[in-house]
Design a protein around this ligand. Structure first.
Ligand code: TXA
Ligand code: MG
Length: 324
């Protein structure tokens, strides 16, 4: 079983142990503000291959590389002015930028899946300190078995991967609870590859430019690895439910009761007050909780499409599509 160190109680030993394990070429589960990540030295091919092994990923998808500062980012990727503007505005934070990889970058091709671009993010919180101390970018997908829901607590990670890991850092529940928003700038336009924890409206407000959704981009650019199965609970998922079937688990929003919910296996409200940030932070933990009841399906009440609702609905749709 992995050691779990509480970063709030023992920050110094958490940093030291994490860096020692990373230097051995082993992955460490680290808290970020979006979800918990399974982090490894992005320059070490053995360390990266262990991420795939532990997650049981069927194929090599490109991984997001996490940096502690701009100096580190500049060693590995080339920023166009628009991407730089976004990074300066939203880093550290839940924004991943897809940028051209520098030819002399030491990030291993196994992390970038051999692409000539790299997904880069400067995370907020304790993990940023780990990267700074380690001194090299950390490749990190979410710290869950491939095909399962992303972990937002150290306990989620321990339950899923505890017997395969040496070390898990516990920094409490992830504040955002959804993976980062992935953006790629091309031809002076901002393309959304994955809605996530940064509301695209914040990007549009800053730049005055429309963020192009995958449809608008003509599906030319896509994020490989955005498999529907990456968000699958064991239970079936029903979207936009207007009533609850007996024995179903219900996840609703905004304090709105649904007909039949008295016969539900469990009733969870993502945010009784209708706050989408709170809903995002609760989503994955509630999906796990609903799944754990053994209910045959999870009914989701409607969630508005505005703001973070776009990313929340995206994850629920993926969970539902994985059944079909
Ligand atoms: O919030 C997050 O982004 C979390 C935390 C741990 O930082 N990480 C995360 O990583 O969600 P992962 O591996 O589960 O998702 C990475 C996504 C994949 O869909 C992948 O295809 C896309 O990023 N991606 C990475 N590099 C890319 C590239 N060069 N071009 C296009 N898509 C890329
Ligand atoms: Mg994932």
């Amino acid at each position: 079983m992995a050691d779990i160190i509480d970063t709030r109680q023992e920050p110094e030993s958490a940093l030291a142990r994490a860096c020692a394990v990373l230097a051995e070429g082993l992955p460490v589960a680290i808290p970020t503000e979006t979800v918990y990540g399974l982090a490894a030295d992005a320059t070490n091919p053995e360390a990266i291959s262990r991420i795939y092994e532990i997650k049981g990923r069927p194929r090599f998808n490109p991984l997001i590389c996490h940096v502690s500062d701009f100096e580190m980012a500049d060693l590995h990727v080339e920023f166009d002015p628009l991407s730089r503007w976004l990074a300066e505005a939203f880093w550290p934070g839940p924004l991943t930028l897809i940028l051209p990889l520098k030819s002399d970058s030491t990030v291993h091709a196994l992390a970038s899946a051999g692409l000539d671009t790299l997904g880069v993010r400067m995370p907020d919180g304790f993990s940023r300190g780990v990267i700074a101390r380690f001194g090299k970018p950390l490749a990190a997908p979410s710290a869950n078995t491939s095909g399962r829901i992303s972990p937002t607590t150290a306990a989620h990670v321990a339950a899923d991967l505890g017997d395969k890991l040496r070390l898990i850092l516990d920094d409490g529940a992830a504040g955002i609870g959804l993976e980062s928003t992935i953006i790629k700038v091309g031809g002076g336009e901002i393309h959304l590859l994955r809605p996530g924890g940064l509301d695209v409206a914040a990007i549009e407000d800053l730049t005055g430019k429309a963020v192009l959704r995958p449809e608008a981009a003509g599906a030319v650019i896509e994020a490989p690895g955005m498999l529907t199965s990456h968000y699958a609970p064991s239970a079936g998922v029903r979207l936009g439910a207007t009533e609850v079937r007996p024995g179903e688990a219900l996840i609703r929003f905004g304090g709105l009761p649904l007909p039949g919910e008295d016969k539900a296996a469990i009733v969870l409200d993502l945010s009784p007050t209708g706050n989408l940030r709170e809903a995002a932070a609760n989503l994955f933990a509630f999906m796990k909780q609903a799944d754990a009841t053994g209910a045959p399906s999870i009914a989701f009440g409607a969630i508005p499409m505005e703001g973070l609702g776009e990313a929340i609905n995206d994850r629920i749709e993926r969970a539902a599509a994985a059944r079909d």
